[in-house]
Design a protein around this ligand. Sequence first.
Ligand SMILES: [Zn+2]
Length: 959
Amino acid sequence: MKVENMILRRITRVQKSNVIFYSTKQAQKGKLYSNTIFLPKTRFPQRLENHKLVERDESIHSAADFENLYTWQRSHLSEPEFVLHDGPPYANGQAHMGHAINKILKDAILRCHIIKGNKVHFIPGWDCHGLPIELKAISDNKDLDPIKIRKKARQFAEKTIKDQMQAFKSWGVMGDWKNSYQTFNKDYVKTQFRIFHKLYEKNLVYRDIKPIHWSPSSRTALAEAELEYNENHKSPSAYVRFQISHFPKIANVDGKRLYAIIWTTTPWTLPANNAVCYNENLSYIIVKKTNSSDSSLYIIAADLLSNISAVLNSNFEVVQEIKGAMLAGARYIHPIYSNQECTFVNSSHAVANKGTGLVHSAGSHGPEDFLVSLNYKLPLVDLVDDTGCYNSHAGDNLKGKFVLTEGNKEVQAMLKENLLHLGEITHSYPYDWRTKEPVIIKASQQWFIDTDALRNRAIESLESVAIIPNDRSDIYRRNLVSQIQKRPYWCISRQRKWGVPIPVLYDEHSEKIIDEHTINHHCNLLRTYGPDFWWILSEKELLPDKLHSCYNSDTLTRSQDIMDIWFDSGISWARVLEGSKIADVYLEGADQFNGWFQSSLLTSVAMRDKAPYKTIYVHGFAVDENGVKMSKSLGNVVNPSDIIKGNKKQKPYGIDVLRWWVTCHANQDSLANVSHTTLKSCAEELNKIRNVLRFALGSLSDYEVSEDDYKNLLLIDKYMLHLLHKFHMQTSEYLESYQFHRISTAVLNLLTNSVSALYYTSIKDRLYCDAVGSTARKAAQYTLYNVFEIITQTVAPMVPHLVEEMYQYYNLKDNKTYFTSTHIKPQSDWENRDLDEIMNVILNCKKEVNKTLGSNTADKDLKMAVCAKVFKSLQDFGAIKDIEQQVAHIIQVGSVTISKEDFTDDHNKLFSLEISDSSRFCCPRCRKVQSDKDDELCKRCFEVVNSSNFTENKTAVSN
Ligand SMILES: [Zn+2]
């Protein structure tokens, strides 16, 4: 094949893909000139699909050196440093969509700051301890000793961390991976020991017996954050009477039996009953059943009479009304153990909106009950063991029975006729988040953080914290504050093996041994033996030499508790944020208001008296295409790796489609659907970006940036820069609150409407047909250069692979990779509001012309009469004759003449149009209807083709 033919074939193909307006008249000599046209020239592929996309991702990862970007920016970029503190994912299971959303959003934010030239601080981490991993470690052998359990658990967590880290890196997520923090590492545990000790010294950590949420199924205490509430839990609903044995202030009972009625949904707590609470401010009534052989008297709250009548299916007559205060000093016979007598006590938590207004209290089994016991110095009765069964103190009938099942039943039987009514209630009840089994509240010796003492400071410190998204900010803040307000203490001890030991020894009187010497000693042992030292060494070895003379090491015991994993991860700021540094952003899902956002706040306030973050950013959750939460059992799980690399059923989308989906769809605190329809449209959107920027890339292949070109911009170039300026201001504002979904919409709008449809169409004639090096062509290239720069820096944080790929084909680059290059900012004088008015008129004219003629407008001449104001503005942009030609290119007609007119009939009128057939002919080279004779070159094309430069340029095109 002849070389010339090859050139023609190629040019024809490219012309089709870059359709501009052509005359309908076929120019006979067209083919002759087709190789004199300067079409965009780039080898950057128009489309990448399937395995090529996967190969591209992998090759970009190494070509753009994503692995070392973090280290590079630490030494090359300037202050202010931007600190994003990574919330540690749990080292359990493979990388899933939740991780993808979290890590990709973090990466996009970091890359935004890198593009702005600011160094970033991001040390990824993992949460490595806790029950799920421990359960996996003991799954095949329940009798393992602590060292073996810990070894298996560690191996499991290490493997998971390795796999997850590889996945996160493969998504293009940059960070200080080499120094990542892991809560089981020596350094981390050391930090935790020191913090525990400091808080102990400040009296913010203490040990006490308290009712806590206890999971019989995993035999450990649970924090509020580890509970899941089951809305459909069924409990017994029991009305029980307590016989009053002594009632010093109540008269007129006439020797009749008097009972208090209480209501409970936990009959199993009745054996531990140690008081009945009344409210001195409530009104109570003494009632008697009518039409019944039962002559007993009952006390209930006056307001609840009709409710209780209905439940007990009895009619009552009121014998006497009494004030709550009259129950002071009254005593009753214990409903299970009749040899015991207990007292009535006043408490404001006895209210008259449900139940009976009299409340059964068992100090071991409820937070309010516990406070009542504290106030009245009532002894706590502990009748339930760690497995949730009654212990021997509960008596032979109950001993060994699981409280929630057989225990409840046995108690009901033991109540006999004192059980007035037994029903069932469906209500919200706490479950263990891991085992999905119900929990109970029981008294236990545990370690606590005194959140009561931290409450006010924690709430105050939140005042300066921003919460994103803005529209939910107030709700989130209120919820967080109310949770902190409701939290009197935080139980931080757990009775398991896979965690950080609570570094405390006890002497023979159970007195705690913890001070600076013991902590220093434990930190040294930690360095030598690793965190297992607590289980490896003897008590004697755990005690520093200095203290050996003070204690008999044979009588010492070590703490059998480990720390709550929320305390582990809650102190991550201390390991990662050096000195008094505060993170700019903590970014996680909304569930972390119950977890990490809260635990980090409390520990940071306790240690440093300030919040660890300036901004909390809340992202969305991935759900399937029907909006249903993904779960293995439903089989609706979509894995990030399947989206990226494809599987048997579906072709690969590549990493950037996943990243685009995350940044566009999951960056707000809502549910994000992972459906193929959405992913497909994400892929199409990226192709749109690819193709629009590809045109700019190709058009810049023979360009060198010169600020002189800025002086020669035409009207449409200036307008393009004006729009770019506006776009940049708008997207920068969106970026302040990380509204990537708004940014992506703005990008697509700009590219589709302003860049592709308007700007490219208007400049194609200049680019293709003007002489290379002509000022008008260079002005368009200067503008395209800015379009490319501004758009790429907007999308690069979201789709770095695509942008790095383009950058490899960009001849104006200043470095090997995009993210290590410097990036321009729009100049303030790009903004020119007069252009909005003028272009509004021109674009309305274009609309009118297209309305009348469709798209066949090239062989028409246009007479445009404009009002004086618009005419004057046009003149400010250049000589009217030049402007006329420029407007002809924008409107895509043969020629335009512009005149000034006073619209006397309508002073608000801006323009009027007259369209006529052109008397000129189609130029066989540029195909504009601007030749004086048929089948002859127009003046411009004649000059270009016959210029001395041409031979040179022709070579450029055909290369
Ligand atoms: Zn021409």
